[in-house]
Design a protein around this ligand. Structure first.
Ligand SMILES: [Zn+2]
Length: 307
C-alpha cells in the first residue's frame, strides 16, 4: 500500500467565457441534465494544485439526456480534444461539468462520485486529480454569470474522498476561452453583449441567430458564427459533410433585406441547381444549410446511380 500523502490545497481559475458556455448549455436544456468536458491547464507542486479551466467541450450530437441522467458523446469529444491538442499540446482534460438545476439535487450523486472515481484512477487520465463543476440551481432574477449557482469538487487518484473546493478558492478570470473557439463571435452575434448592440435589426435577428446556433450546433457542429470586420456582417462558415464522406466549404451570409433578415448559402456551385440555391433566400441559416445539404447529397446519389 502506498503511503498516504497530505492532500494538496486546490485553487480553481475558470475563464468567464467558459463559464458562460456552461450556463448557455443550461439555458438550452432546462428540462434535462446536460454537461460537458472541462479542459485547460494546471500546475501542481507538492502541496498545491492550481486548476486553470479554459474551455468546455460540448456534449456532442449523440449525447443522451434525461431529467436525472446524462451521457456524453465521448467519440465526438475525443475528436474535438485531438483538434485542440494539435494546436496546444499542453492542453489537458481537467474534469467534467454537469447540471442538477433540473432535478434540484444539490450535490454530486452516488453515481456521479462512482463515475469520477473510475475516471481519476484510469490509466489514460493524465492529471492525478479530477475536477467536477456542478450547476446546482438557477438564481431567478439574476443575470450574466450570476444566473446559476455552481459548486466545485476535486478527486485525487488513489483517494476515495470527494473534496469540495471552497468558493474563496475559486476565481473567475477574463482569460479568453480556448473552446468553444468562436465564443466571442457567438455572444456578439446574439446581441447580448450590450443592450444597444442589437441595433436596428432588433430582437428578431437575435432570436433567429440563437435558434440557428442551437440547431446548427447539433446538426453541423463544424459551422461557426463569424462577424466580418470592419463591416460587421454576420455569417456562418465551415464544412458541410456529405453522404459520400466528402465535405465542402460553405458559408451562409446574413443579409438585411429591407429590415428583415434573410440567409443565402454560399458555395462554389457544382450544378445549376446549387447555383440556383445560392440565389435563394432562406428564413434562417439552418434552413439554408439543410437545403444545400439535401441538394448536394441528391446530386451525389444521382451521379452514383447513373454509373
Ligand atoms: Zn449528477
Amino acid at each position: 500500500m502506498k503511503k498516504k500523502r497530505k492532500r494538496p490545497a486546490v485553487r480553481v481559475e475558470i475563464a468567464g467565457e467558459a463559464l458562460e458556455s456552461v450556463f448557455e448549455e443550461c439555458d438550452r436544456y432546462d428540462h434535462e441534465e446536460t454537461g460537458g468536458r472541462v479542459i485547460g491547464h494546471f500546475t501542481m507542486d507538492g502541496d498545491s494544485v492550481v486548476i486553470q479551466a479554459r474551455g468546455v467541450i460540448e456534449p456532442g450530437p449523440n449525447a443522451r439526456r434525461s431529467r436525472t441522467s446524462f451521457f456524453q458523446d465521448g467519440e465526438h469529444q475525443t475528436e474535438v480534444f485531438r483538434r485542440i491538442e494539435a494546436a496546444d499540446p499542453s492542453i489537458e482534460h481537467l474534469g467534467n461539468w454537469h447540471t442538477h438545476h433540473v432535478n434540484g439535487y444539490p450535490t454530486l450523486s452516488g453515481g456521479d462520485r462512482a463515475t469520477y472515481r473510475r475516471i481519476v484512477n484510469h490509466e489514460l487520465h493524465n492529471p492525478d486529480f479530477f475536477y467536477a463543476l456542478l450547476v446546482t440551481h438557477r438564481n431567478d432574477g439574476r443575470k450574466g454569470l450570476d444566473r446559476y449557482a455552481v459548486r466545485h469538487y476535486v478527486l485525487f487518484r488513489g483517494d476515495d474522498a470527494v473534496h469540495e473546493i471552497a468558493p474563496t478558492n475559486v476565481k473567475v478570470t477574463d482569460d479568453p476561452s480556448i473552446w468553444p473557439k468562436d465564443h466571442r463571435a457567438s455572444i456578439d452575434a446574439r446581441g447580448d453583449h450590450d443592450a444597444d448592440g442589437a441595433g436596428p435589426r432588433g430582437k428578431v435577428s437575435v432570436a433567429v441567430r440563437a435558434r440557428d446556433q442551437v440547431v446548427l450546433g447539433v446538426l453541423f457542429p463544424s459551422l461557426a458564427p463569424r462577424l466580418a470586420t470592419p463591416t460587421g456582417t454576420f455569417f456562418w462558415k465551415g464544412q458541410l459533410p456529405l453522404i459520400d464522406g466528402s465535405a465542402v466549404d460553405i458559408k451562409v451570409a446574413e443579409i438585411d433585406d429591407d429590415g428583415s433578415l434573410v440567409y443565402y448559402p454560399v458555395v462554389s456551385p457544382t450544378s445549376e441547381h446549387v447555383a440556383e440555391l445560392c440565389g435563394t433566400s432562406f428564413s434562417s441559416a439552418a434552413h439554408a444549410v439543410r437545403a444545400l445539404e439535401l441538394q448536394m447529397n441528391r446530386e451525389i446519389y444521382q451521379s452514383a446511380m447513373a454509373r
